[in-house]
Structures are given as C-alpha cells and as structure tokens.
Design a protein around this ligand. Structure first.
Ligand SMILES: NC(=O)c1ccc[n+]([C@@H]2O[C@H](COP(=O)([O-])OP(=O)(O)OC[C@H]3O[C@@H](n4cnc5c(N)ncnc54)[C@H](OP(=O)(O)O)[C@@H]3O)[C@@H](O)[C@H]2O)c1
Length: 366
C-alpha cells in the first residue's frame, strides 16, 4: 500500500487532492502543515471507512531537514502549499530520501530552482513532477491529446475562463496570499506564431459557450507549452490565454498590486496579496466556473473548437489532474527518474479519462 505525504493537505487544493486519492487509491495519507488542528476538523467530515487512512503531522515545510524527517516510509511527497521556499525545501528533502515528488505550483523562480536540481533528481532515482494541477498542468496535455487525434494539427490555442467564487473560499494561508503577489509579478505574455515564440499583447475574443459566452483574453506564457511545441514541430501557432478579473480589479487593484511587487519586501508582497484577495472576495460575481478550451486547425483550414475541459469548482479542477498524475507516479516506471512537467509527464488518454471519471467535464469535438 502506497504512503503519500501531502504538504498543505488541509488547504483548499491539497484537501481535494487528499479526497481524490482516498477515493481512487488505497494509499495512506499523511497531511502536513503548521496547524494540524485544521486537518483534524476536516478529517472528521470523511466517511468513517476512510478516516483510518489519514494521519496528520505538524511541519514547517520551509525546513528541508524537517521535511526529510517526515519522509520515513513515504513513497510520494505532494506539495500543495504555495511558496518557492516550500517547494525548494521539499525538493531537497525528496532527493535526500529518494522519495518521488509532485507539486502544483507555478512560478518562474521555482522553475529555475527545480531545473538546477534536475541532475540530483536523476542521481537519487527520484521522479519529480512539477506544475501539476490545471493551470498549469492541463493545457499542454490537451494539445498533446488533440495532436494525436487530428493529424497535421498546426494551430492550437488554449483559452481559459477562471471565475472563482472567492467569497466562499476557506481561509487562505499567509504564504498563498503572498504567492498571489508573486504571480502578478511573474505574469508574462508570449505565444508561438509562425513557429517562433514572441511577446504578444493582442486581445482576442473567444466564445466559450454558455454560461460564459464571448470573453476577451490575452496570452500568458506557460513553459509547458514551449515543451509541447518543441515535441510537436508541426505546430506553428500555440498559446495559452486568460481573461481578466473584471473591470474594477483589472483597472484599479492590479496596478496597485503590481506596484507592491516592485518593492523588495515580504511585507509589501503580503500586503499586495491581501488587497487582491480582499478585492476578489468583494467583486467576484457569478457565473462561477472554470473552462479550458482548445481551438485550432489544419494548415490553410479554418479554426474550430476541438476540446473543452471544465468544472464549476476551480479547486476540483486543480486537484483531479494532480490525483491522476500522482497515481501515474505511484504506478511505477513509465518514465525514468528526472524532472517533468505534469503536462508532458502524463499519458493523455488515461489522464483525461481519469479526470472525467472524477467529475470533470471533458468534451472532445475533434
Ligand atoms: N496548478 C493549478 O492549477 C493551481 C490551482 C490553484 C492553486 N494552485 C496552487 O496550489 C497551492 C495551494 O493553494 P491553495 O489555494 O490550496 O492554498 P491554501 O488554501 O492557502 O492552502 C495552502 C496550504 O499549505 C499549507 N502551508 C503553507 N505554508 C506552509 C509551510 N511553510 N509549511 C507547511 N505547510 C504550509 C497551509 O497550511 P498552514 O498555513 O496551516 O501551514 C495550507 O494547508 C498554491 O501554490 C497555488 O498556487 C495551483
């Protein structure tokens, strides 16, 4: 029976990952964080036959030695806590204990830090999967799936609607709030056009169908798409596109948060994150839900919608792809030790079957 340690396992995303693993596997889970009382409360909501498979551990995951000490008999370390320091400490601990690793975080600083550890993952025999979840994590897998079904696919754009009911979310950890400021600072625009990556600031209109209709989106640079485009050279146009948070936040709040990112201080980052989260809780409006839509086509032909993936709960859409990836890691050596992005690591047919079986809406038109 596999044993999995989930750092942040009682957070919004981590708890759903835990629920998915309890449902789909016979793994025993240890949920770790700095306030295990919260974990105990959540565990009381589990069906009685699953409670015995869950234990808790107080752990500050910025301390690599403390994480390593928690990895006795652990097969997989999942990081569902949001900070580069946590990911770095967890990655070092995973290497020191030869434990496989999965995180669901996206930022360029973490990416650089993990890339520096690539050789150590290999030497330690660790399978490390980064950028799990749906955004990043799913767009590249959608393109891989559709490229296998539509021979000659030359253009593939994945656009998103991400409307979270922020007011209904539970407490967010201080590190998650600060991470939100980092993500604003980290935002980069890029798309592949005519086979070359370039900065793109154009706003496109995309029709997502009911209930979201036509939305304006801009490009967001996702490293997984560079990897996918490199592996599928017939693709000449590739990109990931996101909408805004609504007029008040886009025009009044985000510029202030962006200014906070210019001040090199953790307090400024925390203040920027708190302002953004408070504004999101105040101004987010229904309809809520998340959709990833792949539009594309053949050389010289028209574009059409080829695939949609979505769910009303953005956290479920975060967790289920990570649950599928975790099961693939636990299942054994489909890949040799090394560092992978979830979008390239997963076997796309099984991956989309898994998340559909877990309740994610997966529609394939191509
Ligand atoms: N890829 C995707 O699709 C996607 C989508 C959504 C979210 N995410 C990512 O998922 C992560 C979690 O987001 P969330 O919204 O679930 O946040 P959250 O609700 O605030 O949960 C974060 C969890 O991490 C724990 N934690 C924070 N710092 C810690 C530390 N130093 N040591 C141990 N535990 C720590 C927190 O517990 P304590 O504070 O009690 O320690 C909490 O349980 C973030 O990195 C976010 O960017 C990814």
């Amino acid at each position: 029976m596999a044993r999995v340690l989930i750092v942040g396992g009682y957070g919004n995303a981590g708890w759903r990952v835990a629920e998915g693993l309890l449902r789909d596997s016979d793994a025993e889970l240890m949920l770790a964080g700095r306030n295990p009382g919260r974990a105990t409360q959540l565990a009381a909501t589990l069906p009685i036959d699953r409670r015995g498979r869950v234990s808790f551990r107080r752990l500050d995951a910025t301390d690599a030695q403390a994480v390593a000490a928690a990895l006795d008999d652990i097969d997989l370390l999942i990081v569902a806590a949001g900070s580069t320091r946590v990911c770095l400490a967890c990655a070092r601990a995973a290497i020191s204990r030869a434990t496989d690793y999965l995180d669901i975080q996206f930022n360029h600083a973490k990416e650089r830090v993990l890339a520096e550890l690539r050789g150590q993952f290999v030497a330690a025999g660790v399978v490390a999967v980064t950028e799990g979840g749906f955004h990043p994590g799913v767009p590249g897998a959608m393109i891989r799936l559709m490229a296998s079904r539509v021979p000659g696919l030359a253009r593939a754009r994945v656009s998103s609607v991400i409307e979270v009911d922020w007011a209904s979310l539970g407490v967010l950890s201080d590190s998650t709030v600060s991470e939100i400021t980092d993500q604003v600072a980290d935002f980069r625009m890029a798309e592949l056009a005519d086979g070359h990556w370039r900065k793109s600031t154009r706003r496109m209109k995309v029709d997502f169908g009911a209930p979201f209709g036509i939305r304006k989106v801009v490009s967001m640079d996702l490293p997984e798409l560079h990897e996918v485009a490199d592996s599928l050279p017939q693709l000449r146009q590739v990109g990931f596109y996101v909408g805004g948070f609504g007029p008040v936040i886009d025009t009044a709040v985000l510029p202030l948060v962006w200014m906070a990112t210019r001040i090199p201080s953790e307090r400024a980052a925390a203040a920027g994150g708190r302002l953004l989260v408070a504004s999101l809780r105040r101004f987010s409006k229904p309809p809520f839900g998340t959709v990833l839509q792949l539009d594309g086509g053949l050389p010289g032909g028209p574009d059409r919608t080829l695939m949609r993936v979505g769910h009303a709960d953005a956290y479920l859409l975060t967790a289920e792809p990570a649950v599928s990836a975790a099961q693939m890691i636990l299942a054994g050596p489909a890949h040799p030790p090394g560092l992978y992005r979830q979008a390239s690591f997963v076997e796309p047919v099984t991956f989309f079957r898994d998340i559909e079986a877990a309740g994610v809406n997966v529609e394939i038109f191509g």
